[in-house]
Design a protein around this ligand. Structure first.
Ligand SMILES: NC(=O)c1ccc[n+]([C@@H]2O[C@H](COP(=O)([O-])OP(=O)(O)OC[C@H]3O[C@@H](n4cnc5c(N)ncnc54)[C@H](OP(=O)(O)O)[C@@H]3O)[C@@H](O)[C@H]2O)c1
Length: 320
């Protein structure tokens, strides 16, 4: 069967590999469609491509609730841009028929990260007792939009930060939240005006760099910076002494740790929540473009554009 990899310089290629053997403790999935994410490009050396997909169960352990023919989503499924994959059962989730393949293929990486960020926010407010707003930057990104929607559904007071003015307008209109654009020279004053003297309980930041750093000034004492992205790719550029009077906390949030770091009960709640989002808010799971194993080079170029138009998908069964 065919499987996709990145070479040490990040160039994609396809190679024939052995089909997985049916095993008594693994679920074998025929992969239909996989999502590509910026995080899939990280790492060193030759590495398999992909981390989530939708597919059909071909073999399941005897004690599994899954059976051959079931449609499932998979995460974390490292190297899932391949025709078949064998995974431990806690990485495979039944998906309802109401959720189309284009949504099911990209259901977990972004939406589970949003669950982790919001849980970190809840930990922060429980620790500080602060009921100030949550500032979400990178709010026009695929993940940022899910984060905004879910935070709003939970009744949190949210302020969005994006890069472009047009995106701020779209986010404000689409979600009904105040939004500022860091490309506007007066954005800090505008954010201060929106906050109207209130300090933020936490900043969920995906910009990084100087703009991400500038958001720290809006935090309440002891508040948290929940770092879930690095869209600018620039250093934050802070002095350590900044942490002293503010007592702020820096916390990285990575979905690559979801299986290991999140308790089983919370993981089940996360998966259930994500399925609800998929059924009720399918517009949060837009598709930028679909590619095939023959067009992985253009697929990665599309992924690197980060223009907010949606998720890049790879079709492993293009004829169906
Ligand atoms: N922590 C985790 O586990 C995890 C999981 C998945 C993704 N991520 C991260 O989340 C971020 C968003 O990923 P995504 O797939 O949702 O991306 P995406 O949809 O491709 O993001 C597009 C948005 O990124 C913004 N953007 C692009 N370059 C920027 C820059 N230099 N500075 C500020 N904003 C910029 C643009 O905002 P404008 O429209 O305003 O220009 C655009 O709308 C990435 O950093 C990704 O690595 C993290």
């Amino acid at each position: 069967m065919k499987a996709a990899f990145l070479d040490p310089s990040g160039v994609p290629f396809v190679r024939d590999v052995d089909d997985p053997e049916p095993a008594s403790d693994l679920v074998t999935v025929r992969v239909r469609r996989a999502a590509l994410h910026l995080g899939n490009l990280l790492g060193a050396g030759e590495r398999p491509l992909g981390s989530e997909a939708v597919g059909i169960v071909e073999h399941a352990p005897a004690d599994s609730p899954l059976a051959p023919g079931d449609r499932v989503g998979t995460f974390p499924a490292w190297g899932v841009v391949r025709e078949r994959i064998a995974l431990t059962p806690e990485r495979v989730f039944a998906v309802s028929d109401e959720v189309p393949d284009d949504v099911a293929a990209q259901l977990y990486v972004n939406a589970l990260t949003a669950q982790m960020v919001l849980r970190a926010f809840e930990r922060t407010t429980a620790r500080t007792g602060d009921d100030g707003p949550l500032i979400v930057s990178g709010a026009a990104s695929a993940l940022g939009r899910i984060l905004l929607a879910d935070a709003q559904d939970r009744g949190y007071d949210v302020v969005a930060v994006v890069r472009r003015v047009a995106s701020a307008e779209r986010v404000a209109a689409g979600f009904g939240v105040p939004a500022v654009a860091t490309s506007d020279a007066g954005w800090r004053a505008e954010l201060a005006r929106i906050l109207d003297g209130r300090a933020a309980a936490a900043v969920a930041d995906a910009h990084g760099g100087p703009d991400g750093h500038a958001l720290w000034a809006f935090l309440a004492r002891g508040g948290s910076v929940l770092q879930w992205g690095d869209l600018s790719g620039e250093p934050v550029g802070m002095r350590a002494s900044e942490l002293l009077p503010t007592e702020l906390r820096l916390e990285g949030v990575s979905v690559s740790r979801w299986l290991e770091a999140v308790a089983a009960g919370d993981r089940a709640a996360d998966v259930a929540r994500v399925e609800v989002l998929a059924r009720t808010r399918p517009e949060l799971f837009r598709v930028a473009q679909r590619f095939t194993l023959d067009t992985l080079g253009p697929a990665l170029e599309r992924l690197r554009r980060t223009d907010g138009s949606g998720t890049v998908l790879v079709d492993l069964m293009p004829d169906q």
